[in-house]
Design a binder for this molecule. Structure first.
Ligand code: SAM
Length: 243
């Protein structure tokens, strides 16, 4: 069914010893994403379209499609494919949307968001990573993604309004600037928690000037580090979360 839907070859043997990245990518989308509940066909197509192997460091390339995060230097990571797809789906993007991503890292998530939206502005606090991401995004042909260096906890003050803000690092609360930079009906997808290993993914939606929140489950992210004012949010304890 999945293979028919996306026109994939039926003869993928799953042999990872060859570096047929397109086949590994198709298998990742089928087994790590579709099989685990990522349903939006646009998100699945975007994950099929973006060559993750271009974004991971040379030393990690053989692991590009493994089911986890990978180191990208500077004590940071490229997020697990499932997490990237989950956040893209949670952001409910339409093709005319303008997106702000906070935490560019190596640029992979921004490239995926760029497949789903009209324009993506992405902010990274580590200048060296921003430079690497810019180069990789050019190599991947992503001409609607714009990388900025700065503190994403203050958003991008002159860049909005944004239809979605996707935050790929976890903090203790919701930065106040985001609601001010969000368009009516806009979504913020952000992990919030007290420790690196214990965060809850929230989707906030702005309607009639009010933000409503949904708890989307537990994830683990590197820390969101910045000076922007935040409204503290205490996520539920583990035993309060649905299994
Ligand atoms: N989006 C990336 C991907 O596609 O894999 C994931 C990047 S990594 C999980 C999170 C990134 O957030 C790191 O590169 C880190 O330096 C960055 N970061 C942390 N705090 C930040 C802040 N206040 N502003 C901008 N970037 C920040």
């Amino acid at each position: 069914m999945f293979k028919e839907l996306f026109g994939l070859p039926a003869d993928d043997t799953g042999d990872e010893s060859r570096t047929d990245f397109a086949a590994l990518r198709a298998r990742m989308v089928e087994r790590q994403l579709a099989a685990r509940g990522i349903r939006d066909p646009r998100v699945l197509r975007a994950m099929l379209a973006v060559p993750r192997e271009l974004f991971v460091p040379e030393s990690e390339r053989a692991m590009s499609y493994q089911d986890g995060a990978l180191p990208i230097g500077f004590d940071q990571t490229i997020s697990q494919p499932y997490t990237v797809a989950f956040m893209a789906e949670a952001a409910q993007l339409k093709k005319d949307d303008h997106v702000l991503e906070v935490g560019t890292g190596c640029g992979y998530g921004a490239a995926v968001l760029g497949q789903l939206a009209h324009r993506v502005d992405t902010i990274e606090r580590i200048p060296e990573l921003a430079d690497i991401a810019r180069m990789k995004l050019v190599c991947a042909g992503c001409d609607n993604v714009f990388v900025h260096v700065g503190d994403g906890t203050i958003g991008l003050p002159d860049g909005g309004p944004f239809d979605a803000i996707v935050v790929t690092a976890g903090g203790f609360g919701l930065p106040d600037a985001y609601a001010e930079q969000l368009a009516e009906g806009g979504r913020i997808v952000i992990p919030i928690g007290q420790t690196r290993r214990s965060q809850v993914m929230y989707r906030f939606t702005l309607r009639d000037g009010n933000l409503t929140s949904e708890n989307l489950g537990r994830f683990a992210f590197v820390p969101l580090i910045g000076q922007g004012r935040s409204t503290a949010i205490r996520p539920p304890d583990d035993d309060e979360l649905e299994p």
